[in-house]
Every structure is written in structure tokens, then in C-alpha cells.
Design a protein around this ligand. Structure first.
Ligand code: NGO
Length: 532
């Protein structure tokens, strides 16, 4: 989504203008015919790259985007690619069926082998053009994201730029390490608008992240319309429901459906989360009957956690939970429904089990695969339940036992992947309970060998959560997510054998001018030799 947004709102708020100021200077155009970034300058690192310096291709005003004849999905991928290339090049880039000899950009569905799977692709660059071949349109989409990064950074500008639009010659064969590569956005602590969420989705798509987990409800706010319990959003989505009483808002069902479809167009699946039985003060303060004593507590917008719980012994709790799960499941085409389960500190272990043993089957009843923060395994739910590990330890008996029983795990260790942790002591936003996370900390670990007993086969994927207690705007989101999001994206996609910090930091440096060209804020980590 292209947007023009006011700059420096964060800088004004917290006075660190230098870190956020965005230069409008774009890199000088490369010599005609010479690619200014090598074929390897891609995040996440592709599985195999073979450069052929004699085979560069240069986009021309006459370049066509040719897509697999008869495939509406391939054509849609082609249209999106052309839409992203037109503004900076100023070329018309018509999207046409791929008949006749290959020239220009071709996106073709082909049998590229089982090894490349659903999202893999081959990309070949010769002087006549760029051809992406994949088993599915999802693979073509992934390949077209790679192609965008192979063009000069100025390609990300939304106005016409003078550059030699050269793609380096050679070929790439690529496929992901994990099926699930995720990011989470907390819209409960501070609401983020559909346009802001779309902007984040655009950023995720570039780095081949294919799941967006939305944390929709928490103590402070309830941010998704539920028709059978309509007061949830009139109270919990009203003004002043963000942390410290700042902001408010919620997604209507229509907003949510639109986000699901916007994400789906970019091969991203939305994973909705309704946190329970804790983190529920906003529901409890809205509906008195959900409280054991029948008395609604006051709404709260402070940052405390672990003080609220649905009433485990009341039948109405399960009617509420079922209604909410049913409505969310109906809205969500993706396979997963996350029911939180974290920090239920005022719920006894016995009550927690009782609750989860009723809630988890309700997720399955409405056709979804249950998903929860790692505490959920204490209730010994069906082994189909995905456990999201957010601990900071590398030894964790509970999660290792769950893997032994057959659970799959999403790795979100808080001291590596939490994008809301400060980079260092000077970071004006974020929290630090899990420590500071510089870019290298976010990058230098192995999701498939991080926790003893949670091996490669048990890992469904990785996810980078971004909690919003301190984040009020898109500028704030970008500043905390970029660049660390790309580190987690690479851990999720690239083969372990390609893991290499010196290479990553060099490739990351090349992303800076791209973020500048598209007016996205980012943290200029001193660990990265940012390109001018
Ligand atoms: C914890 C807590 C959240 C906080 C977050 C802040 C989990 C799973 N529960 O992570 O409520 O917002 O830390 O970093």
C-alpha cells in the first residue's frame, strides 16, 4: 500500500530526530547495463544463487510482464508486480498472457519439482528478460519479491526516478526452511488502523513472511466486533482505551474481512488471537455476568499483566467463549485460531486446565487448529494445538515434554524475536523485561536448535511479536520492527547453511536506501554498515 504519511511524529514526541530523519537522497544511478546490487543482495538469503555477470537484464519502456496463460492467480501476481515497478520507472509495464518467445518479465507456472514445494521458485535472468517459474502462484509471488530487491533501491520510490533498471544476470533457486513465518501485531494495547496494518503487511510480504498474527483483545481494549456480544467494542473499543488512556478504536467485521483479503492477495494468512482466560479485563469490565461475583471491575489502561481472568466455574463463560470463537472462526479462512492462554496468574493450575479443556475443543468444533502461548501445554490439550514459545530460556521442560507428546512449536523467544524490546538503553520506545535486542541478537540463533528438546522437526516456524504498550503510530511500529523483522524473516526462510552474520549485515545495509525510498522509518543500528 502506498501511503504518504506525516514524518517525525515520533521525533517530535520523543526528541530523537536524528535517528528517524529520512533523507530524500537516492543512490546515484548505476552505469547503464551494470547492476548496482549483486544477485546475492537479497533478504531472506535465497537457497542457491548462481551469478552470471555477462547476463544482466535491463528493464525498458517496452518491457512486458507476461504471466501464465489461463491462470487468474498468476495474472494477479503479475499485476501486483507491475504496480510496484511502474511509479519509479515510469514504464507502462502491461500485463499480458505469456505466449510466444520469452522476453521481459515472465511469471510461469511449471513443475519445478517437489523440493521447491508450494512457495519455492526459480528465477533466471538473461539479457532477454527475467523468468520466474514456480509450482504455484505463491511461489511466483515469492519470486517477484526477490526480483524487486534485485533492482536498484530507487525502484521503491513512488515517483519517477532516473536509474538504470538493471537486474543482475544469473539464476536463483529458492524455497523456505519453515512453512510458518510470522509476525504479530498487538492492536489491543494501542489500536492501529486498517491502513497502518496494511502498510505493515506490505513490509512483511517483501521479506516473504506469510502469517500475520493479530492480537485483538487484552485487558485494555477489545478491538474486533462481535455481534453476539456487541458491547465489547462499544466499551472496549471506545476512545481512551489505549494504554494510558491514549487512542481507541476497533476493527469492524468488514474491516477484518478486508484485511484478510488484502493479506491473502499477498499470500499472507491472518491468525486471529482472542486472549483468554487472562488478559480479559476489557470484557470483564463490559459484561458484569462474566465475573464470578457478578460485579464489573473498572476499565484499566495501565500496563500491568496477569490480574484478570474469566470466571472458570460459570457456564456463561463458555457460552461467551463459544460465541466469540464461532464468530472469529467464521470470519477467518486461515487454519489457525489463537486463544492466548498466557499469564493467567490469578487462575489456579486446576482452573486453567478446566478452562482450556473446554476452550480448545471449541476451536476445533469450528474447524480451526488451536494455537496458544506456551503455557497452554500445561492443560495437555490435543497435540494438534500449536504452542508458541515466548520464554527466554534455552532449557524448558514443559515445552520439551509437549514436543515429546507430539506438539508443534512456533519459536518466538522473547529475548530474540520480541520487536517491542528496546535495541539498547537509549531506545526511546519499547520495553526491556526480556533484555535489549540489537540486530545481531535477533539474527544469531537457530530456531531449530534453540531450546533443548525442540528440534528442527518440531518447529513449525518462527514469529516476531510486536507488542504495542509503548507504540502509538506507524512510525513507532516501523522504528521497532525495522530492521529486526528482516532477521527473523531470514531465520524462517533461509537454509541454516546460509546463516552468516557478516553476509546478513552487508545485505541489510542495502535495505536502508529502500526503506528511505519508500518513506519507512527504521533504526540505524550501529552494527550495520548502512549504504549512503
Ligand atoms: C508478554 C505478555 C504480553 C506483553 C508482552 C510485552 C506474552 C505472551 N504475554 O508476552 O502481555 O505485552 O510480554 O513484551
Amino acid at each position: 500500500m502506498r501511503r504518504s504519511k506525516p514524518r517525525v511524529t515520533l521525533a517530535a514526541a520523543v526528541a530523537f530526530t536524528a535517528a528517524l530523519s529520512v533523507s530524500t537522497a537516492l543512490p546515484a544511478a548505476a552505469e547503464p547495463g551494470t547492476a548496482d546490487s549483486p544477485l546475492t543482495a537479497v533478504i531472506p538469503a535465497p537457497a542457491e544463487v548462481e551469478a552470471d555477470p555477462g547476463a544482466d537484464y535491463r528493464l525498458k519502456p517496452s518491457t512486458l510482464v507476461r504471466t501464465e496463460p489461463g491462470s487468474a492467480a498468476a495474472r494477479a501476481v503479475g499485476r501486483q508486480l507491475a504496480d510496484t515497478l511502474r511509479p519509479a520507472t515510469g514504464y507502462p509495464m502491461p500485463v499480458v498472457p505469456a505466449h510466444g518467445p520469452a522476453n521481459g518479465i515472465s511469471l510461469l507456472l511449471d513443475d519445478v519439482g517437489d523440493d521447491l514445494g508450494r512457495e519455492g521458485y526459480r528465477l533466471a535472468v538473461s539479457p532477454r528478460g527475467v523468468t520466474v517459474r514456480a509450482n504455484t502462484p505463491a511461489g511466483l509471488f515469492a519470486g517477484s519479491q526477490t526480483l524487486r530487491q534485485l533492482l536498484p533501491a530507487a525502484i521503491d520510490s513512488d515517483s519517477r526516478q532516473h536509474a538504470a533498471w538493471t537486474v543482475p544476470g544469473g539464476s536463483i533457486t529458492d524455497h523456505p526452511r519453515y512453512d510458518y513465518r510470522g509476525a504479530m501485531l498487538d492492536i489491543a494495547r494501542h489500536f492501529h488502523t486498517p491502513d497502518e496494518i496494511k502498510s505493515y503487511i506490505d513490509e512483511l510480504a517483501r521479506y516473504k513472511i506469510n502469517h500475520l498474527h493479530l492480537h485483538l483483545t487484552d485487558d485494555q481494549g477489545w478491538r474486533i466486533e462481535i455481534e453476539s456480544w456487541p458491547e465489547l467494542t462499544t466499551v472496549g473499543g471506545g476512545p481512551g482505551t489505549g494504554v494510558d488512556g491514549v487512542g481507541g478504536g476497533f476493527l469492524t467485521k468488514e474491516d477484518y474481512r478486508d484485511l484478510v483479503s488484502y493479506a491473502a492477495d499477498r499470500y499472507i494468512t491472518i491468525v486471529p488471537e482472542i486472549d483468554m482466560p487472562g488478559h480479559t479485563n476489557s470484557a470483564l469490565s463490559t459484561y458484569a455476568e462474566l465475573n464470578c461475583d457478578g460485579v464489573a471491575p473498572p476499565p484499566r489502561t495501565d500496563m500491568a499483566v496477569g490480574y484478570s481472568s474469566l470466571c472458570i466455574d460459570k457456564e456463561i463463560t463458555y457460552e461467551f467463549v463459544e460465541d466469540v470463537i464461532q464468530e472469529i472462526a467464521e470470519l477467518t479462512p486461515g487454519p489457525y485460531l489463537h486463544i492466548g492462554g498466557d499469564e493467567a496468574h490469578v487462575t489456579s493450575e486446576e482452573e486453567y486446565r478446566t478452562f482450556m479443556r473446554r476452550a480448545v475443543p471449541l476451536v476445533e468444533k469450528y474447524g480451526k487448529r488451536p494455537f496458544g502461548w506456551n503455557e497452554i501445554v500445561r492443560a495437555e490439550p490435543t497435540t494438534d494445538t500449536v504452542a508458541q514459545y515466548w520464554g527466554t530460556a534455552t532449557e524448558h521442560a514443559e515445552i520439551a515434554d509437549a514436543v515429546e507428546r507430539g506438539h508443534q512449536v512456533i519459536m518466538s523467544p522473547a529475548n530474540r524475536t520480541y520487536l517491542d524490546m528496546k535495541y539498547d538503553e537509549d531506545t526511546p520506545l519499547g520495553l526491556s523485561w526480556a533484555g535489549y535486542i540489537e540486530v545481531r541478537d535477533a539474527y544469531d540463533w537457530d530456531p531449530g536448535a534453540h531450546v533443548t528438546g525442540v528440534g528442527e522437526d518440531a518447529v513449525l516456524g518462527v514469529e516476531a511479536p510486536l507488542w504495542s504498550e509503548t507504540l502509538r503510530s506507524l512510525d513507532h511500529i516501523e522504528y521497532m520492527a525495522l530492521p529486526r523483522l528482516t532477521a527473523v524473516a531470514e531465520l524462517g526462510w533461509s537454509p541454516r547453511s546460509s546463516h552468516d552474520w557478516p553476509s546478513f549485515r552487508e545485505r541489510l545495509a542495502e535495505q536502508g536506501p529502500r526503506w528511505e525510498a519508500r518513506d519507512a522509518g527504521f533504526y540505524r543500528s550501529p552494527q550495520v554498515p548502512w549504504a549512503e
